[in-house]
Design a protein around this ligand. Structure first.
Ligand SMILES: Nc1ncnc2c1ncn2[C@@H]1O[C@H](COP(=O)(O)OP(=O)(O)OP(=O)(O)O)[C@@H](O)[C@H]1O
Ligand SMILES: [Mg+2]
Length: 247
């Protein structure tokens, strides 16, 4: 069954059209990668999926688990299982990381008519997921992302994803700024989450992430459109030839 079905999606910022007719279907359990030149609309697509208010959808449809995603507010989309790991994670001054995660998880559980996690269950889940992603106790005590290095912020995004266990994970340049060891840690964090009911949309500029997390499909986005789709060999082709032939 399709988890996500995007048809003829057009979206604008102000009066500038950025997405110019995106068609993309992602089935449960699949990993899709999007590659494309700077400014082609990859982050715009992520933001539109998450419900960022700066973007206006002017045409097209997005179905998520058969529901009209565009009808849902960003928080409802998150509660339904959409997760966006930002290309540029923001710092939340004054918001403690543990409290932030507890609030987000319990809001989702409330939405799903599940009881909140008690303190013991919460701490256990927090510690095990944090340990796997190299997030220290000291980092958990700090406000979300405040003063974190670029690579630490990316690890924190992956940790949030692992903690919240979303059904659809959008990873916008998760690999940028990561050192070689951190790339492996984050890739392992993604791979353990690969399950038949969970899908991923990974945006990346680099072939090396795709060596660790093997995608089922790669799509090339140029100027607001997907101009080619293929298997993982497409990334190698791009590495050698660049985007010139697709422009
Ligand atoms: N708020 C905005 N106002 C004006 N233009 C915008 C706005 N947001 C995005 N754009 C433009 O939309 C285009 C697509 O941007 P987007 O961030 O989606 O690109 P991208 O494919 O993610 O690029 P990169 O690989 O550099 O991250 C760019 O030309 C960008 O300048
Ligand atoms: Mg981007």
């Amino acid at each position: 069954m399709s988890l996500l079905e995007i048809k003829n999606l057009h979206a604008c910022v102000g009066d500038k059209e950025i997405l110019k007719g995106i068609d993309l279907t992602i089935k449960a359990g699949e990993v899709h990668a999007i590659m494309g030149p700077n400014g082609s609309g990859k982050s715009t697509l992520s933001n539109v999926l998450a419900g960022h208010p700066n973007y206006t959808v002017t045409q097209g449809t997005i179905l998520f688990k058969g529901k009209n995603l565009l009808d849902l507010s960003p928080d409802k989309r998150a509660n339904e299982g959409v997760f966006l790991a930002f290309q540029h994670p923001i710092e939340l001054t004054g918001v403690g990381t543990a409290l932030f995660l507890k609030t987000a998880l319990n809001a989702k559980r409330h939405y799903l008519n599940e009881p909140p996690l008690d303190a013991v269950q919460f701490m256990k889940r927090l510690k095990t997921r944090a340990q796997a992603l190299g997030i220290t106790d000291e980092m958990l005590k700090r406000p979300v992302n405040v003063g974190f290095s670029g690579g630490e912020k990316k690890r924190m995004e992956t940790f949030q994803m692992a903690f919240l266990e979303p059904d659809f994970c959008i990873l916008d340049e998760m690999d940028s700024g990561l050192d070689i060891d951190a790339l492996r840690i984050v890739s392992d964090g993604i791979n353990v989450l690969r399950e038949p009911h969970r899908s991923f949309l990974m945006i990346t500029h680099f072939h090396r992430l795709l060596n660790y997390v093997t995608p089922d499909y790669i799509h090339i986005m140029v100027n607001g459109r997907i101009v080619k789709s293929g298997d993982k060999t497409l990334a190698l082709h791009l590495e050698e030839n660049g985007y010139e032939e697709f422009k």
